[in-house]
Design a protein around this ligand. Structure first.
Ligand SMILES: Cc1ncc(COP(=O)(O)O)c(C=O)c1O
Length: 387
């Protein structure tokens, strides 16, 4: 999607720099090559807007990863032809849709394995699947210590194309990688099944999320699955920053109202803050209904004309207030809520996460649908597969 000529009507919008996303993906690729790269675009491309991100990035990625069947179907409707892995847990009644849209099914239980074989056979088709092994996340998948009969049975399913086998790290972003290494060892032990039986392993063995891309090259196997790193954010404060990336998102707004507030008049619901002297209070048309967490009240900051100002009083559903002190800032002035601003100033998603007592993943994925996404930095029309 090319940037529109004029800003959208609503004066709060999310600019998504597609050129930055592409540079992040290429930096990851350089680090992990020859392993392939799956771009994880679940949860509305981590809040960036799947409809703009996925068609742009598909030609540069080897695989796309989503959580929901609906997300995979949407990608096909957007014209994307690259392989798509649906990583979430599925029910048998969802399987026909995988055949119809050529989506790759994650099979992490006996029940789903038998259902997949039966349904694919009934349709007279081959279904592409990746087997999921639980090596220590205790979420989806067959436990590593029970995997052997499961892999044997999968080998015998004539209507399943076992294209991949994978596992997922619980702690790969930590400085202490002992649990991650234990998980990796368990996965390697599972893969020895193929060696022992002189069988070729599935062509796509994969395990590495962002933390492992940065810290565990031994886990790259045939493909990596970075999410947050692709969007330019490191998965943890202590994670080694062995790939240089930058956030692609800039959350913009504009001052919609400015006035002088006197010290005896507290600001916003609950009257939690008041000025110590007459101060210019700015109203910003964005609130917790947009994903600007209420939890950040009296903690957040914004950038205006390259300078930081504190957010004051409770954040409301559609608006919040900022103290500009004695600075003469008027209605209409542009405000950066998150991301790189002009003159080098900006606010990192990690800062919002700290103010809200959460992680950047949650900050990004909570920016609500009513904040328009504006895509910039795409130098050519978005078509899939024409690299
Ligand atoms: C199975 C799976 N793989 C990869 C990812 C990407 O993780 P990250 O964003 O930490 O790189 C996720 C996200 O949670 C996931 O669930």
């Amino acid at each position: 999607m090319l940037p529109p000529e004029a800003p959208p009507l609503r004066p709060t919008w999310l600019e998504v720099r597609l050129d930055v996303l592409r540079a992040n993906l290429e930096a990851i690729r350089r680090k992990v090559s020859p392993a392939r790269v799956m771009a994880v675009v679940k949860a509305n491309a981590y809040g960036h807007g799947i409809e703009g991100v996925a068609p742009f990035i598909a030609p540069y990625a080897d695989y796309l990863g989503v959580a929901l069947l609906e997300e995979g179907v949407l990608l096909r409707h957007l014209g994307i032809q690259k392989p798509i892995l649906v990583m979430g847990g599925m029910f048998p009644e969802q399987i026909p849709c995988f055949l119809r849209y050529d989506l790759t099914l994650t099979v992490g239980s006996w029940r789903l394995l038998e259902a997949a074989e039966e349904i694919a056979a009934a349709h007279g088709k081959q279904l592409k699947v990746h087997l999921k092994i639980d090596t220590g996340m205790e979420r989806l998948g067959v436990h590593d210590y029970e995997a052997e009969p499961f892999l044997l049975r999968a080998q015998a399913c004539r209507h399943l194309e076992i294209e991949g086998i994978y596992s997922h790290f619980a702690n790969s972003e930590r400085a202490d990688l002992s649990h991650a290494r234990l998980q990796l060892e368990r996965f390697l032990e599972v893969l020895r099944f193929y060696e022992r039986r002189s069988l070729p392993p599935p062509p796509l063995r994969h395990m590495a999320n962002s933390g492992a891309v940065l810290q565990l090259p031994e886990s790259y196997f045939d493909m990596v699955r970075p999410g947050i790193l692709f969007y330019g954010i490191y998965p943890g404060a202590e994670t080694q920053r062995s790939v240089a990336v930058r956030p692609a998102m800039i959350w913009h707004s504009r001052v919609v109202h400015a006035k002088i507030t006197l010290p005896e008049r507290p600001v916003s619901y609950g009257s939690t803050w008041k000025a110590s002297q007459p101060s210019r209070i700015l109203t910003i048309p964005c609130g917790y209904g947009d994903g600007y967490f209420r939890q950040m009240s009296n903690r957040a900051q914004v950038v205006i004309r390259g300078k930081r100002y504190p957010q004051v009083g409770r954040i409301c559903m559609d608006q919040f207030m900022v103290n500009a002190g004695e600075d003469e800032i008027e209605s209409g002035e542009e405000v950066i809520l998150m991301g790189e601003g002009a003159q080098g100033a900006g606010i990192h998603p990690e800062e919002l996460a700290a103010w809200a007592g959460t992680i950047p993943y949650e900050v990004l994925t909570n920016i609500s649908a009513r904040v328009p996404r504006v895509f910039s930095g795409a130098e050519r029309p978005n078509t899939d597969g024409d690299e």
